[in-house]
Design a protein. Structure first.
Length: 168
């Protein structure tokens, strides 16, 4: 455990935490895509996987600007969120309901990431690290778009999922 002496140290820790989160997600997203039934959901997850690889690259660039290695910290929150997502993949039932469970897990991940990137962006802005601000903002924008895409897929699946409940 390192000592927080200043905003710079805190920003460095946030970058490392986000790097860990994103690298964990790169490994988890293919499993989520494989477990999805809806082609729209598979496409949304697969597309976001490619973006997530870019997020890892941006974080590596931010670490380079800071003169640190992005490795060395494990994001425990992402580990837990991925475990919850794995639980959704183990459920049995109507494919539409299962896809909605996957979407719920994925949106929790997106919201966690948006919060983390927002905090890191604010720190970078306070420190006058404009290049890092731009890198983080680009990812915030993509995470927000992914969240909206997932909401759109959920809205498409909801009527079919409602029919399952009406038949029970």
């Amino acid at each position: 455990m390192s000592k927080l002496n200043n905003l710079q140290t805190l920003l460095e820790q946030e970058i490392k935490d986000l790097y860990s989160a994103e690298t964990q997600l790169v490994k988890a997203l293919p499993k989520m895509a494989k477990g999805a039934s809806s082609e729209a959901l598979k496409e949304a997850i697969t597309s976001h996987l490619e973006e997530t690889k870019g997020h890892v690259e941006r974080l590596a660039k931010a670490a380079e600007v800071l003169g640190i290695t992005p490795r060395g910290k494990t994001c425990k929150a992402m580990k837990g969120l991925i475990e919850e997502g794995a639980e959704a993949l183990e459920e049995e039932g109507d494919p539409n309901l299962l896809d909605l469970a996957i979407i719920g897990a994925a949106q929790r991940v997106e919201h966690y990431e948006i919060a983390g990137y927002g905090c890191a962006r604010a720190l970078a802005e306070a420190l006058g690290q404009d290049e890092i601000v731009d890198l983080l903002q680009a990812t915030i924008d993509e995470e927000g778009a992914a969240d909206k895409t997932l909401t759109g897929v959920a809205e498409q699946l909801m009527p079919m999922a409602l029919e399952v409940g009406a038949q029970a």
